[in-house]
Design a protein around this ligand. Structure first.
Ligand code: ZN
Length: 188
């Protein structure tokens, strides 16, 4: 397994809709293992493939390090699609490994139904609520080219803009490996 550099705010691949996975080969399995390792090394609880420069519809989640969720198993979502959202929404403070040290309250539906494939490309549909629903929506957004800071009102962006600019310029300190430039796309 190996750690992969994490793409940062400003990197083009984070703004692109990710491509569907058509087959899961040994390289894809290796990629998923590396995604888990890269995410855990950065103390993250979710990671989308484009966050390590891979243009594929895959994200991983592991919330078992969060108090109260110790029994939740790590999960891989391939070609995910959120098919239902609850009417009830709430605010929750989010962060992102591609936007280090920036946090903002984001309003999202409390529950979702999400369809996805496992590593055998068998389709599943599950209901997720609470933290799992929150993380899954954040990661699903990544695959659509959406970042959580997009939900912050323009009038409230103030300091946020300076922080985003600093990240884009790599003029902040990173505690994990990050991509070197905005055109970074890893080729499989
Ligand atoms: Zn993120």
């Amino acid at each position: 397994m190996s750690l992969l550099p994490i793409t940062l705010y400003g990197d083009k691949i984070l703004r692109k809709k990710a491509r569907k996975v058509k087959e899961v080969d040994i390289k894809t399995i290796e990629l998923i293992k590396n995604m888990f390792e890269t995410m855990r090394n950065a103390s993250g609880i979710g990671l989308a493939a484009n966050q390590i420069g891979i243009d594929k519809q895959i994200f991983v989640i592991d919330i078992s390090q969060v108090e109260g969720y110790e029994k939740t198993k790590p999960m891989v979502f391939i070609n995910p699609e959120i098919v239902e959202y609850s009417k009830e929404k709430d605010f929750f403070e989010e962060g992102c490994l591609s936007i280090p040290d920036v946090r903002a309250d984001v309003l999202r539906p409390q529950q979702i139904k999400i369809k996805y494939c496992d590593t055998d490309l068998n389709e599943h549909i599950i209901e997720a609520d609470d933290l799992l629903a929150r993380v899954a929506q954040h990661e699903y957004d990544h695959l659509l080219g959406i970042l959580f800071t997009d939900y912050v009102e323009e009038t409230e962006k103030g300091n946020l803009k300076n922080n985003l600019h600093a990240i884009r310029k790599r003029s902040v300190e990173f505690t994990y490996p990050v991509s070197e430039n905005i055109d970074y796309i890893l080729r499989l």
